[in-house]
Each structure stands twice: as structure tokens, then as C-alpha cells.
Write a protein that binds this ligand. Structure first.
Ligand code: ADP
Ligand code: ADP
Ligand code: MG
Length: 596
């Protein structure tokens, strides 16, 4: 089955793709490539030369792919002749947390809209005047998904959704948190949930005054209060620290004891401990998406990291993602026991007051080629300290010696500008990004080359993140500060970003601070760890950098979570609380095991 998908935003008038398609439109006797107004069509019955022409369309505006013929009967929905196609669906299973693992743009929202009944799938027949649920149901094998869709078609299913981008909620909904939540309390569990999510202190505040993590917890609370048959959580961990992530895991698992729950989650340590089953979704962004049958969570994540889906015989990544033991990295980067690498920044006994909040630090220093992971609870001063080291913020006590120029990626990315990605890159880092190592290791690795003609203001959260990481790494500086780079990136993009940061620091002998809450990301990116402790909003104290083992032990001891290693993939896995491994590791003070 050969399909051609037109990425419409890439073939608008004035683009190279537009001129190219216009040139070939109507050029063959079969009229395979057609132009109608300023829009194009590529027929399914196109002749081989026209498919080849389409394939060579510049700017990646046309995707031509051969799909296995057996998929033909699995097409669930197609938006138009050359539009996005969805194959198969995830199954909302009873009494389970069902995870979805895969990049954005592969049909997760489309699948969600089918499962909640707001799209009646057309099985690929986009021209049909009317589509019938009966046809869809008949096309599926007997089983849980089919039974579920029968109920959907009879309007017997109610659905609650925690949307992906919580930042947008205050634009659509106004009011006090307490009022808003009590008004959606269909289950009569308002007080219990407010307590469980730790948001009592926010009830009097206005929605517009909340930080990202606070907004996330309020949005999760509102979803839990609804009385639904199926609950969808789209990226519930964004902006949350690891304490809060563990708390959400517990609450969502309790919900699944009585309801169907589907979760889209890109923090693999969280997905691993949260989900009972996982559907991987793969395909090509904007072109097609295929949901695989559910596997156990462990198998799914291992296959995803390995990059090869055995059952489907499909490679989803060139190389596997590997986790290593880090003890050598620390020494190599100038840590204790090594005499290479000059200090780039050195500080001691810093003190800073901000309103009711006080930050203190011990002494620490960071060397050339060293990547420091910065970990700790929300509101303990991580961003504040990074801003002090960046010279953006004055401090009240202590000292900093830095003879270093700094490149900073802030937590909140401003995309409110009237230009394309290419112009943004040119204006921030000049034109050198177009070739060389940086182009390969950063621009391409992060998929920024695919975004060049897009307007910055139209970028999705993940796309904006990728571009701003690229800009930060592309500036010439001695010290790079990245505040929550994993936010909104999918699991694969996180690993690519971690590698891009490491490669840039190693190649140029520069140093970086990376604030993040995703343990896999921190594991891959860090040589050393700067650990924050304290009570969010009141006080914070920073110690380190420590080597990864010692840093993780301090950090995870504070969170009260232990990690073992997966014996096949070597990846870290959260232990079930009070399991045998958990108790053994706690007794030894080994919170982050390196033994697989
Ligand atoms: P995800 O939730 O995984 O990011 P979506 O289901 O939102 O993916 O979108 C998958 C693709 O389908 C996107 O490329 C999008 O452009 C396309 N798409 C989504 N909704 C529509 C629509 N109503 N009409 C045409 N194309 C759509
Ligand atoms: P983290 O990055 O660890 O989440 P931050 O450094 O952003 O923490 O903030 C630490 C604390 O300082 C928070 O409680 C925040 O509310 C407070 N804070 C930050 N900036 C200001 C400010 N300009 N005025 C008053 N309080 C502030
Ligand atoms: Mg979506």
C-alpha cells in the first residue's frame, strides 16, 4: 500500500514545495498530481513516476511511504485524500492504567476523540456522506475494544480529560481555584482530593496566579472530581517535581481500581511505575500513526528504548538508547581524583531572600566539559540560583567567581514573535548553524531542521522547546544554563536533547547546568548533581555538585524512592514501595542502584 500525505502547512503559496508541485501538476496523462486553487492533490492511483516526483518534493512537504498491505484493513480514520491516517486504536481496559508511549503528532488526540465519541471514524472513507459506528464495530475483532466502542456508539460512555497544555487553561477559564473545583465536584470528593494533591493553600488564589506545577495539580484535581467512565491524562507530569509525580502516580492508580484510565506520559520512569499496560504509537509525524497492541509496561519501554518492535518488525530509531554507569564520567569531567578541566564557576555560602523565601547554598564549583544536573523539589530556588550564577539576579550574601560568559534557556519560552524559526535562529546565533557539527549534533538531532519555515508563534510546546534548546547551545559561551529542557518533549526527543547537550559540552569543553525532574533525562545528561532540599516556597538549600551516585542517594533519600536497574536494558526502574528490593536498598542506603 503506497500512500502520499501532503503536509499542508509546508506547501503554502511562496514555498519551494508549492512551486515544485505547481510545476508537476497536470504534467502526466493520468493527472496524478492535481492543483485546485492553491491546494494540491495526489491520487492514490498515481503512476510510479508521479509518486517519485511527489517523493522528491522539497521541504518534506510530501511524505510517500509504503505501508504493509495487511494494514489496509486496520485503517480507522483518515482526514482527507492526502491527510493524516490513523491505524488501530488503544484499548481502554477495565481496572487498568493504560499508557500510551510515542511522539506527538501521531494521532493521540484523534484516537482520544474517537474513544470519547466526538469523531465517528470513517475507516479511511473520507468522502462518505455519512459514517456509521456499526461499520467500525463490525470491522473490529471481538474483545474489549469492540465492546467499549459499542457503548460509545450508544452514548453510554462519559469521559474526563486532563489536557496536555495546562498553560492554556487560565486563558479559557477564569476564577478562584476553590470555586472552580467545587463547581465540578460530581463525585463529592472535593476535600479528599484537594488534600491528596496538596493544593489546600491554593484554593483562595486566582487561576491566573498559579505556577506551572500548581496549575497541573489543579487540572488533575478537576479531572478526578468528574464522574466519568474513562479518564484521560495527557502528560500529567509536566512541571511537577518528583515528589509530586509520585503522588500523582498513587492517585491515578487508585482511580484505576474502579475506572478505565488512559495516560500519555513521556517521563519513562513515571510511565514505568504508573501503567499496567502500554500501547506504543509509531509512524510519521503529521502523516500516519499506528497503535500497537498493548504490551506489559516493562516490555514496551524496553522495546521503545531498544528502537525495534519485534512483533511488528519495525525499527523506530537507528540506535538503541543506553544507560551507562557514570563513575568514570565524573572523574573525566574534572571531579575528585582528576586533574583536568579548569573550574568555570565557583561559589560559596550564597544567600538570597525573595519575599518569604530564602535560598542558601554550600560551596561548589563546576569545571569545563562538566554537565551538572540540578534536582530538587519545586519552589526551593533552583531557577533562582541559576539566575544568580548567570548574573541575572543580585545575591544578598556569599560569593561567586565566574569569568564566564553565559547562555541561558529560561523555563518559560516566549514564542510571541512575528518571524519564522529560521529568522529566529539567524538573529540569535548568526548563520553558522547551517552546517558543521552543530548542525548535525543539535539542529538535526532535535528535529529543528524540519521546523525552519514555521512561524515561531505557531510552534507546539515541544517544538518551541527544541528550538530554544538549540538556540541556547548554539550561542558561544563558557557556561550553559538550561531550565527544565525536557518539558513538553516526547520521550525520544528528551533522550536526543540529553545527548545533544552532552556532545556540545564535550566537543567545546564547556560546562552546563541542567535543571530537570525527569530521572532518565538527568541520568543521561549529568556528570554530577547539584541537590536542592527544603520546603517549596519557604526555604531551599543547595549542596554539591556530587558524583551521580552520591547525588542521587541524597536526592532520592529525600523523596523516599529507590531505583533498581532493569537486568536487560540497564535502565533505572522505580521500586514498588516496601517491595523486597526497596527494603534491601533502603537498608544499604543505596537509593539509585548501578547493579543490573
Ligand atoms: P497528537 O495528539 O498525537 O499530537 P493529533 O491526533 O492531534 O496527534 O494529530 C495527528 C495529525 O492529524 C496532525 O498532523 C494533524 O495535523 C492532523 N489532524 C488533526 N485534526 C485534524 C482535522 N480535524 N483535520 C485534518 N487534519 C487533522
Ligand atoms: P524552583 O526553580 O526550585 O522551582 P524558584 O527559584 O523558581 O524555585 O523559586 C523559589 C521560590 O522563590 C518560590 O517560592 C517562588 O515563589 C519565590 N520567588 C521567585 N521569584 C520571586 C520574586 N521575584 N518575588 C518573590 N518571590 C519569588
Ligand atoms: Mg494532542
Amino acid at each position: 500500500m503506497r500512500i502520499a500525505v501532503l503536509i499542508e502547512e509546508k506547501c503554502k503559496p511562496k514555498s519551494d514545495a508549492y512551486d515544485y508541485l505547481k510545476k508537476w501538476a497536470g504534467s502526466c496523462g493520468g493527472d496524478c498530481i492535481q492543483m485546485n486553487g492553491d491546494k494540491f492533490k495526489i491520487l492514490e492511483s498515481a503512476c510510479p513516476p508521479c509518486f517519485i516526483r511527489a517523493k522528491h518534493c522539497p521541504g518534506g512537504a510530501v511524505v510517500v511511504i509504503n505501508l504493509p498491505a495487511e494494514l489496509k484493513t486496520d485503517m480507522i480514520h483518515r482526514y482527507s485524500l492526502n491527510g493524516f491516517r490513523l491505524f488501530k486504536l488503544p484499548t481502554p481496559s477495565k481496572e487498568s492504567v493504560v499508557g500510551i508511549l510515542g511522539p506527538n503528532g501521531m494521532g493521540k488526540s484523534t484516537a482520544f476523540n474517537i474513544l470519547n465519541g466526538s469523531i465517528t471514524p470513517n475507516l479511511g472513507n473520507f468522502e462518505a456522506d455519512e459514517v456509521w459506528w456499526e461499520d467500525v464495530i463490525e470491522s473490529l475483532p471481538r474483545g474489549e475494544l469492540r465492546d467499549f466502542l459499542v457503548d460509545v456508539s450508544n452514548s453510554k460512555v462519559t469521559v474526563a480529560l486532563k489536557p496536555q497544555y495546562v498553560d492554556n487553561i487560565p486563558k479559557a477559564v477564569k476564577g478562584r481555584v476553590g470555586n472552580l473545583l467545587s463547581s465540578v465536584d460530581e463525585r463529592g470528593i472535593y476535600e479528599e482530593m484537594v488534600d491528596k494533591l496538596g493544593i489546600d493553600h491554593l484554593l483562595e488564589r486566582n487561576l491566573s496566579q498559579l505556577s506551572g506545577g500548581e496549575l497541573q495539580r489543579v487540572a488533575i484535581c478537576a479531572t478526578l472530581l468528574k464522574d466519568a467512565d474513562v479518564y484521560f491524562f495527557d502528560e500529567p507530569s509536566s512541571y511537577l517535581d518528583i515528589h509530586e509525580r509520585m503522588r500523582i502516580v498513587k492517585i491515578i492508580q487508585e482511580l484505576a481500581e474502579t475506572s478505565r484510565v488512559i495516560v500519555i506520559e513521556h517521563d519513562l520512569a513515571v510511565l514505568d511505575v504508573l501503567a499496567d499496560l502500554v500501547h506504543i504509537v509509531y509512524g510519521q509525524k503529521g502523516a500516519f500513526g499506528i497503535f500497537t497492541p498493548a504490551r506489559t509496561t516493562r516490555q514496551a519501554i524496553n522495546a521503545y528504548l531498544d528502537g525495534f518492535l519485534v512483533e511488528q518488525n519495525v525499527r523506530i530509531r537507528d540506535k538503541p538508547i543506553k544507560f551507562q554507569t557514570h563513575t568514570d564520567r565524573y572523574v573525566a569531567s574534572g571531579g575528585e581524583g582528576s586533574d583536568i578541566g579548569h573550574p568555570v564557576v565557583h561559589w560559596g555560602e550564597l544567600e538570597k531572600k525573595l519575599g518569604d523565601f530564602t535560598l542558601t547554598t554550600a560551596e561548589g564549583k563546576v569545571h569545563q566539559s562538566e554537565v551538572v544536573g540540578v534536582v530538587g523539589p519545586n519552589g526551593t530556588g533552583k531557577s533562582t540560583m541559576v539566575k544568580i550564577l548567570a548574573g541575572e539576579l543580585e545575591y544578598d550574601g556569599g560569593w561567586v567567581t565566574a569569568d564566564a560568559s553565559i547562555s541561558y534557556k529560561p523555563q518559560h519560552i516566549d514564542t510571541d514573535m512575528d518571524c519564522t524559526v529560521q529568522t529566529w535562529l539567524d538573529s540569535e546565533i548568526g548563520t553558522t548553524w547551517r552546517s558543521g557539527e552543530y548542525n548535525v549534533n543539535v539542529i538535526r538531532a532535535l528535529g529543528v531542521d524540519d521546523l525552519l519555515t514555521k512561524d515561531v508563534s505557531n510552534l507546539s510546546g515541544g517544538e518551541a522547546q527544541a528550538v530554544s534548546i538549540a538556540i541556547c547551545l548554539g550561542r558561544d559561551a563558557d557556561l550553559y544554563l538550561l531550565d527544565e529542557p525536557s518539558a513538553h518533549l516526547d520521550a525520544n526527543a528528551r533522550m536526543e536533547a540529553a545527548k545533544a547537550i552532552r556532545r556540545t559540552m564535550e566537543a567545546n569543553e564547556k560546562a552546563a547546568f541542567v535543571i530537570d525532574h525527569d530521572v532518565y533525562f538527568i541520568d543521561i545528561v549529568s556528570d554530577t548533581l547539584l541537590v536542592f532540599e527544603g520546603e517549596g516556597g519557604k526555604n531551599g538549600n543547595a549542596e554539591g555538585p556530587f558524583n551521580l551516585r552520591e547525588g542521587m542517594n541524597r536526592f532520592l533519600g529525600d523523596v523516599d524512592v529507590t531505583f533498581r536497574r532493569d537486568h536487560d536494558s540497564g535502565r533505572p526502574r522505580i521500586n514498588k514501595s516496601l517491595s523486597r528490593k526497596d527494603r534491601e536498598q533502603r537498608a544499604k542506603g543505596d537509593y539509585y542502584s548501578f547493579d543490573s
